[in-house]
Design a protein around this ligand. Structure first.
Ligand code: SAM
Ligand code: SF4
Length: 329
């Protein structure tokens, strides 16, 4: 599948639920209202849509959310999707998780062919962790990360850079990840949904962060792209890989290879734009996949060029109304 700008679409991210056991301050408001369960695609329907994308050329699937591991019976979806790994149609099946349930599922994920997981962790300070996630416990997440490593999964840590919150901890995170053999990626906060805080209060441009880190660490550019928007450097002192996702200070939309499906079957062709396609109707209208395939192709044919995220004093409103947990970060 090719979009109008000649980009091959080979990567589907699926938000399997908009619900979560945390309420991170940059992701959700404290009193989120979630989608009624009746509106969700069943796990079988999600499996069917993923299958259609794989048939149409998607080589990588990432389950996300909300918190993917809190959806009831989600492992049955992973099991079913792993058939595309066995057949060779899919290169990678993976997930992004907050790690709270990882201790329970790590071994099973490894068994079905998941090789890597992204775990979101913004601080190593237990008190701060509970403040950022509003509800989370750091110990549980560290336990989940340890279980993932013990099961043989490669773990990448994602850290959202938050002004005045975790900006004093970047060195410690680099050291810790280096020592644990985990990649680390810093992410700029994106203006998605009302979260009850001003984005200008949260936003820390990574261009400045990188400049500061260079005073302490030897950072050498790497050509690696893991199919994502991160730019990587090698940290000389730890040997670890460090990524920067900078949708605001530098966007990489020109090489975008992905689209995102929500748990209600809405396909967003860009994280930062409102335009979307409904795939639930074609799924439910016919048991054959012609309508679904046609709807997917039509959606890809109008994938926008890129997002228009801006955070400054004049632009302190969400660029899009939906929260990251809806589209799946
Ligand atoms: N619950 C899982 C987790 O936290 O990893 C998966 C879903 S979460 C929405 C995916 C990623 O999006 C996380 O790394 C999270 O930190 C990031 N995220 C959420 N809201 C964001 C925002 N407004 N700007 C930048 N990153 C955000
Ligand atoms: Fe939940 Fe992930 Fe959003 Fe935090 S970032 S509230 S863990 S979905």
């Amino acid at each position: 599948m090719q979009d109008p700008f000649g980009r091959a679409i080979t990567y589907l991210r699926v938000s399997v639920t908009d619900r979560c056991d945390f309420r991170c301050v940059y992701c959700m408001s404290e009193d989120m209202s979630f989608l009624p369960k009746a509106e969700l695609l069943t796990l079988e329907e999600l499996d069917r849509v993923c299958g259609a994308f794989v048939r149409l050329g998607v080589r990588k699937l990432r389950m996300t959310g909300g918190e993917p591991l809190v959806r009831r019976n989600v492992m049955s979806l992973f099991h079913s999707l792993s058939r595309h790994l066995s057949s060779g149609a899919l290169d990678e099946l993976t997930l992004t998780t907050n790690g709270s349930q990882l201790a329970k599922y790590a071994a099973e994920l490894k068994d079905i062919g998941v090789r890597r997981v992204n775990v979101s962790l913004d601080t190593l300070d237990a008190t701060k962790f509970t403040a950022i996630t509003r509800w989370g416990k750091l110990d549980k997440v560290l336990e989940g990360i340890a279980a993932a490593k013990a099961a043989g999964l490669h773990v990448k840590i994602n850290t959202v850079a938050l002004k005045g919150v975790n900006d004093g901890e970047f060195d410690r995170l680099i050291e810790w990840c280096g020592g644990e053999g985990m990649d680390l990626t810093f992410i700029e906060v994106m203006p998605m949904g009302e979260v009850g805080e001003q984005r200008t209060d949260q936003y820390l441009p990574l261009s400045a962060v990188r400049g500061n880190l260079m005073q302490r660490w030897t950072l050498s550019d790497l050509p690696d792209r893991t199919g994502g928007p991160a730019r990587y450097v090698r940290v000389g002192e730890t040997g670890g890989r460090l990524g920067f996702i900078t949708p605001l200070t530098h966007n990489f939309c020109e090489s975008c290879n992905r689209v995102r499906l929500t748990c209600t079957g809405t396909l967003y062709m860009c994280l930062g734009q409102e335009d979307a396609a409904d795939l639930r109707a074609p799924i439910r209208k016919s048991e054959a996949d012609e309508l679904l395939d046609a709807a997917i192709r039509e959606a890809i044919s109008r994938k926008p060029k890129g997002h228009d995220f801006i955070i400054d004093r004049r632009h302190d409103r969400p660029a899009v109304a939906r929260h990251m947990s809806v589209t799946g970060g």
